[in-house]
Write a protein that binds this ligand. Structure first.
Ligand code: HEM
Length: 403
């Protein structure tokens, strides 16, 4: 690597609001070396065009280990049980692993879940009615997607609080370095028990289907099976919660947005795309590693160097989006990168979009007077560089309209 390492990425002010820093980096050092809180040094890609190119460049591998990553220092059996998944694979393994589950995530299959998602949403909102104050993350944004992914996979939702803790620790990565091995160990033990139980008592859920593929057709190894469950649980836990949380915050922080969406519900699908662009749940895509020397945006990246694409920065690039720092509920063109791009484009995008449409549609209708319970500057953001989401979102629900 040729540039100096900059330390700004670990600055607490950056965690609170990374956008001014990203704007500066896009303008001055669009592909820059950063040292992450874990101690890993990586290239951070911040411009839209460079980001799209990097996300599709086959010379940036998802399968190679990130050499200096301290987070990877796990006992090998545990590491293998969580890391043999499609997001850590290149073709042809990636193609095989993704194909095994893609049928369950098509727009048509996801649309069939609508009545059940509506039911879960209604129940959660009913439980908020009559309360003086609730944390919208705990009461709504978290349980909704988790209940859905648990039912889809065939995981008992009763266990969700335990794996919320493990999962939060895992995605915070180095920000929670001491707890990380314990959380991974607990998650692996849990997933292995789950697989054993479902093997003994199969159902018609996704997990039972995957166990069948493993046992009968031998197209999946045991580590690939546990890693698939791990990936889907983590993806189901850590992402949509923050689309709902970040979107709700954006609407409540400037109340006229909330009122406008109530008055013009047809804007909702586009507004959700704008939440994804403006304050998407995935701050940086996962690590890629250069398999050979290559150029990104005129900067030479050497073979073996880790590369991170800052989706949040790319999606505010004024070379691609007019007035990118303005949240426009009716933005016409919105080719954001919040779900990634290329072969690793988010498998769960149709599910996340449907959940968000139902969640916001019903929240706006049921609690017309919902408002923040604390001043916006008191809200804090989750640590780590992967996820952009609020720690909590205290709100006053106000009177509930009839369901
Ligand atoms: C708003 C919610 C979501 C956002 C913003 C999001 C974002 C992303 C992004 C950016 C990637 C690509 C990462 C990379 O290339 O490094 C990705 C991949 C993936 N996501 Fe999502 N995701 C969301 C919800 C979900 C849900 C609900 C699921 C599943 C239940 C899911 C499953 C996956 C899987 C399996 C991959 C890996 C795909 C592959 O490697 O081919 N995601 N997601």
């Amino acid at each position: 690597m040729t540039q100096d390492v900059r330390e700004d990425y670990a600055d607490p002010a950056f965690q609170a609001d990374p956008h001014p820093m990203y704007a500066q980096w896009r303008a001055t050092t669009p592909v820059r070396r950063v040292r992450l809180p874990s101690g890993v040094t990586a290239w951070l890609v911040t411009r839209y065009d460079d980001a799209r190119q990097a996300l599709t460049d086959p010379r940036l591998s998802k399968a190679l280990p990130v050499g200096q990553a301290t987070d990877n220092a796990l006992p090998p059996p545990i590491g293998a049980a969580v890391s043999r998944h499609m997001l850590a694979a290149d073709p042809p393994d990636h193609t095989r692993l993704r194909r095994l589950v893609s049928g369950a995530f098509t727009a048509r299959r996801i649309e069939a879940l609508r009545p059940r998602i509506e039911e879960i949403t209604d129940d959660l909102l009913a439980a908020m009615a009559g309360r003086d104050r609730v944390d919208l993350i705990d009461a709504f944004a978290f349980p909704l997607p988790i209940q859905v992914i648990c039912e889809l996979l065939g995981v008992p939702a009763a266990d969700r609080d335990s794996f919320r803790t493990w999962s939060n620790t895992i995605v915070a990565g180095s920000a929670n370095r001491e707890q990380l091995p314990g959380a991974l160990q607990a998650m692996v033990t849990y997933i292995r028990q789950l697989i054993a139980e479902r093997r003994a008592h199969p159902g018609d859920d996704l997990l039972s289907g995957l166990i069948g593929v493993r046992d009968e057709q031998d197209r999946l190894s045991e580590d690939e099976l546990s890693s698939m469950v791990f990936l889907l649980l983590i993806a189901g836990h850590e992402t949509t919660v923050n689309l709902i949380g970040n979107g709700a915050w954006l609407l409540l922080d400037q109340r006229e947005r909330w009122d406008r969406l109530r008055a013009e519900p047809a804007l909702l699908p586009g507004a959700i795309e704008e939440f994804l662009r403006f304050e998407g749940p995935v701050e940086t895509a996962t690590f890629r590693v250069a398999t050979e020397d290559l150029e990104i945006g005129g900067t030479t990246v050497q073979a073996g160097d880790p590369v991170l694409v800052a989706l949040l920065a790319a999606d505010r690039d004024d070379a691609r989006f007019p007035d990118p720092g303005e949240l426009r509920l009716d933005r016409a063109q919105n080719p954001h990168l919040a779900f990634g791009h290329g072969i690793h484009y988010c498998l769960g995008a149709p599910l996340a979009r449907l959940e968000a449409q139902i969640a916001f549609g019903k929240l706006l209708a049921r609690f017309p007077g919902l408002r923040l319970a604390v001043p916006a500057h008191e809200l804090t953001w989750r640590p780590g560089v992967l996820i952009r989401g609020l720690q909590s979102l205290p709100v006053v629900p106000g009177p509930a309209a009839p369901a």
